[in-house]
Ligand binder design. Structure first.
Ligand code: GDP
Ligand code: IMO
Ligand code: MG
Length: 422
């Protein structure tokens, strides 16, 4: 495969940053195609940990061309802050067609969340939903409008005019000239990176470059195929790539589905296999399951293969990459959810009615665990027998081959079973 999508198969935080950075070592280009600074992707190597929100996870590799494509929503203030923190040499391009996240969007995000009471989604408060809303309403500032320095103040004034009734209803008010003053330095900074990335990407494809398309969030947070309304406002799945990068659908060769060896969720919404015993606390502390973007504790659950089969179907997954297997060492019994019961019926799908999903209860099989620390192993054969059984069971229940598994956060703690590039 030459052009590979990295897809989160659960509710985000599956280790996409780690695996993208790992695959980037054998690639030429990394493209982020959706989402914005709601993402928090962790990359660890040489004893250093990097937390990336907007930047593609190839940015730490000086040989990689990094692209932020048209489907993204970009907060220019966070963009500069993130790049300032990176000392490496890098190559980076930003799509002139991506959408700008303004301070207004964060204020609206908070306002809407607060207005929902116990119906809140638990967003990251980065303005993601409101920015995508403006895009679909055809009033957003695109990157091209934002870096048009001569017209920026006028563009901001036009935007505020089109938004006036909504802002009034929220009790929010802004001045175009003040916004202009605040944002101009960021527009000047961003401008040097901006280009038509569809043209660039198609040229790179013609040159036969190896390209990783890095999804943010997870398939169950997809606005189209996720657990609506507890989702984000973009589509993180493989079919989203052509639309959100400006390439033809048939130029995507396949997708690597990243899945944790268990399940986590941050934010609100149903979670059938959620663990409420002390085990959740133990896993959370061992794996440091706290949001990279918000610091919130992540909810923890057993592996749920109904969710994984849903993702396989809606996204298309060629190979699995299984992360955080090391975290399961020392747990006596490992439960895997294989179906749900809903109104006395056994079902093997994610109910689209959120009340039904809330009611669905998991049916488990139980596998024996293992005690050995596996974080330093270098090959599959060093895995304890029961860990091998656990991986085999995942392959069997998903009918997708495993291309690699991961036993620690560092680049080196990655065990490849299949070379997907050849
Ligand atoms: P992303 O949003 O999908 O990129 O994932 P996050 O970075 O938000 O969360 C994954 C967390 O698990 C990060 O802290 C990673 O450093 C860490 N991680 C990734 N793979 C492994 C692994 O195999 N074992 C352990 N212990 N940690 C891992
Ligand atoms: P990465 O890329 C986990 C969740 C939020 C909330 C919902 C909507 O690190 O996997 P939003 O701010 O997007 O409007 O929030 O989606 N969410 C994530 N959860 N990982 C992420 O990104 C997430 N990005 C958004 O917690 O439930
Ligand atoms: Mg994350």
């Amino acid at each position: 495969m030459k052009r590979i999508v990295v897809v989160g198969m659960q509710w985000g935080d599956e280790g996409k940053g780690k695996i993208t950075d790992y695959l980037a070592q054998k690639s030429d280009v990394v493209v982020r195609f959706q989402g914005g600074a709601n993402a928090g992707h962790t990359v660890v190597f040489s004893d250093t940990k990097y937390s990336l929100h907007l930047l593609p996870s190839g940015i730490l590799n000086p040989d990689i061309v990094n692209i932020m494509a048209n489907g993204m929503v970009i907060d220019p203030i966070i963009f500069k802050k993130e790049l300032d923190a990176i000392k490496n040499l890098y190559t980076l391009y930003v799509s002139s067609r991506a959408t700008i996240v303004l301070p207004i969007h964060k204020d609206i995000d908070l306002f809407l969340e607060n207005s929902k009471g116990d119906k809140k989604i638990g967003t990251t408060a980065k303005g993601i939903g409101p920015a995508y809303t403006d895009k679909v309403a055809r009033i957003a500032l695109k990157v091209a409008d934002f870096v048009d320095l001569e017209h920026l103040e006028e563009n901001l004034a036009n935007y505020l005019y089109l938004k006036r009734f909504e802002l009034k209803a929220y009790g929010l008010s802004y001045s175009a000239s003040k916004l202009y003053e605040e944002l101009l330095p960021y527009a000047v900074y961003l401008k040097r990176f901006v280009t038509d990335t569809s043209i660039l990407l198609n040229n790179l494809i013609t040159e036969n470059k190896t390209i990783i398309f890095e999804g943010a969030q997870g398939s169950l947070l997809c606005i189209e195929n996720g657990t609506y309304p507890f989702v984000t406002s973009s589509s993180p799945i493989a079919s989203s790539v052509p639309l959100n990068t400006g390439i033809a659908p048939w130029l995507v060769d396949g997708a690597v589905g990243i899945m944790k060896a268990y399940t986590t969720r941050v934010g609100e919404g149903p979670f059938p296999t959620e663990i409420f015993s002390n085990l959740a606390h133990e896993i959370r502390e061992k794996a440091r399951e706290y949001g990279v973007t918000t610091g919130r504790p992540r909810r923890i659950g057993y592996l749920d293969t109904v969710l994984i089969r849903h993702t396989k179907r809606v996204s298309g997954i060629s190979y699995l990459a299984i992360t955080l297997l090391d975290i399961l060492s020392g747990i006596d019994e490992l439960k895997i959810c294989v179906s749900y019961t809903l109104d006395d019926q056994i079902i093997d799908y994610v109910p689209s009615n959120i009340r039904d999903f809330e009611k669905a209860t998991p049916n488990y099989i139980v596998l024996e665990g293992w005690n050995e620390d596996i974080s330093n192993i270098k090959s599959y054969k060093e895995l304890p027998k029961n860990a091998k059984e656990y991986l085999k069971k995942i392959e069997e229940l998903t009918n997708i081959p495993i291309m690699l598994f991961s036993v620690g956060a560092d680049r080196t703690q990655t065990i490849v079973l299949k070379d997907i590039f050849n």
